[in-house]
Design a protein around this ligand. Structure first.
Ligand SMILES: Nc1ncnc2c1ncn2[C@@H]1O[C@H](COP(=O)(O)OP(=O)(O)OP(=O)(O)O)[C@@H](O)[C@H]1O
Ligand SMILES: [Mg+2]
Length: 268
C-alpha cells in the first residue's frame, strides 16, 4: 500500500512519515520510506547518517529526448535504498546541503544529479510494494502534488495543524482539481494541544469532505528529542505522538486489508 504525506511546510509530514514507517516495520511489515525533499527531514527522524550523495544519480538516462529508467522501480529501490532502523528501507532523492553550498549543482555533475531527481520522482510516483508499504514524504505545499508526485494509487494523508494557514493549504490541496480515482484523501490533525484545536481541524476537514483518521498531540518529547538531535524513532513507544501514530497505522492497515478484500474486476 502506498501512503503519501502532504501538507503545508512544517506541518509534520516528515515526523509522521518517519514514525509511521518505524511503527509499521516494528509490526513485521516490509516498509520502504521515501524522502522526496532534498532538505533531509525524514532522514533525521529515522536517524540516518547524513551524506552528500545524490542517491539515484545515473538511474535515468537520456533517450529520444526523454528519460529511460535503468531498471524497474523495484530494481531501483533495491539498488539505491539504504537500511534504516528496524529494517525500514530508506530511499532519498538526495541531500542538497553541500552540493548547493559549493555550486557543484551548476557544474559538471549537474546532469547526473538531475537524472537522479528524474529517477527518484518516477520511482516514488509509481512504486508500490504489493503486500508491503511505501511511505512517501513530500516537500511542503502543493507544487509536488500538482506535478503528479502523489501517483495514482494509495492513501494521501493530508497533515493539518490547528492554524488558519495550515487549513488554507489543506483547502488548496482539496480544491486542486480532480484527484486520481485510485487515491484516497484522508486527514491527520497534528500538534493538537486542546479540545478547541481538535474541533478546529475537525470542522475544517469536515467542510472539505476529508475524513479525519488520526489526531496527533503536540508532544514535548518530540520537541526535546529534536533539540537533542535524537532520532525520533528512538522515542519511547508510550510518548503521545508515537501512540497516536500507532493509531494511524491501525487505521491504514485496516484500509489496506479492506482494499485487498475488494473483488477484482475481470473482463473474462
Ligand atoms: N506532534 C508534534 N509534536 C511536537 N512537535 C512536532 C510534532 N510534529 C512535528 N513537530 C515539529 O514540527 C517541526 C516540523 O515538522 P516536520 O519537519 O515533520 O514538518 P514537515 O511538514 O516535514 O516540514 P517540511 O515541509 O519543511 O518538510 C519539527 O520541528 C518537528 O519536530
Ligand atoms: Mg519534511
Amino acid at each position: 500500500m502506498r501512503v503519501v504525506l502532504l501538507g503545508k511546510g512544517g506541518s509534520g509530514k516528515s515526523t509522521l512519515a518517519g514514525l509511521l514507517s518505524a511503527e509499521l516495520s516494528s509490526r513485521g511489515e516490509r516498509v520502504v520510506a521515501m524522502d522526496a525533499d532534498s532538505v533531509p527531514g525524514l532522514a533525521q527522524v529515522l536517524g540516518m547518517t547524513p551524506t552528500d550523495d545524490w542517491f539515484l544519480a545515473g538511474m535515468a538516462t537520456r533517450e529520444n529526448g526523454g528519460w529511460r529508467l535503468e531498471g524497474s522501480p523495484a530494481d531501483i529501490v533495491d539498488r539505491c535504498s539504504q537500511s534504516g532502523p528496524g529494517g525500514v528501507r530508506f530511499l532519498q532523492i538526495g541531500n542538497a546541503d553541500a552540493t548547493v553550498k559549493d555550486f557543484e549543482f551548476r557544474r559538471e555533475s549537474f546532469l547526473d544529479r538531475w537524472s537522479g531527481t528524474v529517477a527518484f520522482n518516477t520511482v516514488s510516483r509509481t512504486f508500490d510494494d504489493e503486500g508491503g508499504w511505501v511511505v512517501v514524504d513530500l516537500q511542503g505545499g502543493t507544487l509536488q502534488v500538482a506535478g503528479g508526485m502523489v501517483g495514482s494509487s494509495g492513501i494521501a494523508v493530508l497533515v493539518v495543524e490547528p492554524f488558519a494557514k495550515s487549513v488554507l493549504t489543506a483547502r488548496r490541496f482539496v480544491g486542486m482539481g480532480e484527484w486520481p480515482a485510485g487515491v484516497r484523501l484522508v486527514g491527520v490533525a497534528n500538534k493538537i494541544e486542546s479540545a478547541d484545536d481538535q474541533a478546529y481541524v475537525e470542522t475544517a476537514l469536515d467542510e472539505l469532505g476529508v475524513p479525519l483518521w488520526a489526531t496527533v498531540p503536540l508532544d514535548p518529547a518530540v520537541r526535546q528529542a529534536e533539540r537533542n538531535a535524537q532520532p525520533l524513532v528512538t522515542l519511547d513507544p508510550d510518548t503521545p505522538a508515537k501512540r497516536a501514530v500507532a493509531g494511524l497505522a491501525d487505521r491504514l492497515t485496516e484500509a489496506a486489508r479492506a482494499s485487498e478484500a475488494l473483488p477484482t474486476t475481470s473482463s473474462s
